[in-house]
Design a protein around this ligand. Sequence first.
Ligand code: URA
Length: 464
Amino acid sequence: MRGLTLEPSSPDRWREVRGTLRRLLAEGADPAGLFADGAQGSLLEPAPAGQRFPTPRFPRGWQGPFRRVAHHRDPDSLRLLYRLLHRHQTEKGLPERALDPDVRELVARDAAVRRDAHKAKAFVRFREVAPDTFAAWHRPDHHVLPLVAGFFARRFGDRPFAIFTPDATLHVREGELTWAPGAPRSAVPDADGLDDLWRTYYRATFNPARTNLKAMRAEMPAKHWSTLPETRDLRALVAEAPARVAAMAARAERQPTVADVLPERRSLETLREAAPACRACPLHGPATQVVFGEGPADARVVLVGEQPGDQEDRRGRPFVGPAGSLLREVMASVGLPPGETYLTNSVKHFRFRGKRRIHDRPRAGEVQACRPWLHAELELVKPEVLVLLGATATRSLLGSRVKFRDVRGKVVATPFAPHTVVTVHPSAILRAEDGATLKESLSSALALARSLLSPSICRAATKW
Ligand code: URA
């Protein structure tokens, strides 16, 4: 009687199994006559007694499953593989017969090995056992270490490491993989600084609102817990989850608003100091800083734009980028002295387009959330003339029912100033193909705004 005896975690396991299967087919071994020796992990064969298949057929779709099932811990898997292959030589269409008990068994064992390999990739935790040398101990269900060795070598191969399992040990050094017998848990010392990193990471990513213990046990089987440093915190995290969920719900119910930070004693100065603490919309997160309005508290003209752009976000001042230069140029050309005007925006934070420093229009919710700041500025400055630059400023102060195109170039009534002039935004001029016409519109609107002022400022303006 001859047989195949496999080393528990031979890296060549699949090659050895494949060679044996081929030889058995060539010799005509009867699948029913084979038996597995559970204790030895072996496949024993009696004398061959059947049809020989010296050039066996092997279905392409079985390559992966066969290779994986060859690493299943139950030695009977080898008998299953031989039986399937033997049947395939004479039974047409066997691989497609999903309900065939042998095919089903192949699929089930393949899934078990796949799952175990996935767990090995997810749950191997390295410890620094010597300077820049790492080791991990892991207990897989099946002989999956050869299946995942390549993954670890590619991922961590830039420094020496070893993975110990009860069946075999993998050493990787300078890209070379070597194998040694298995080792007990004690082969790898218990804790080092990496454990703390894992624990911190796990605590930070643990979502108390999704604490499903059954799913957690399925995903992270308890037998791996002893080597997973993060599981030391699990009991506490689960225990405190209900309280954390309640606190999260309470926070979500009460979305922060500008009112939370608006100072009681109002001046442009106190507003400007309070604004950086505003959390009324998410724009404060990615923005470099809040860009508050700028100009004298007794300015008789207030110009309201959309929101700071890239330059403004970097420098913390409104209208200092290309659109601002154009605006200041047109203001100067019509004799609106910048020293007498207050420049501000509907939204006080820059909005990135994704991660790029490209201006993106503020969303309606952001305009609405920021509006109390603008109202507070207007209440303090009390301008004689308010100039709304573009659709966002118009929507913010006149409401979303008013269409910009209907009021553009007009003087409208608002509670914020005796005269409110609506005109185009300087950025629209920079973007437009026919910028000259739009620039003319802006210029006329600002000249109109100037003409609406009392003579004193006009006199001052002529000196400029
Ligand atoms: N556009 C605006 O609306 N405001 C600025 O401050 C700059 C560009």
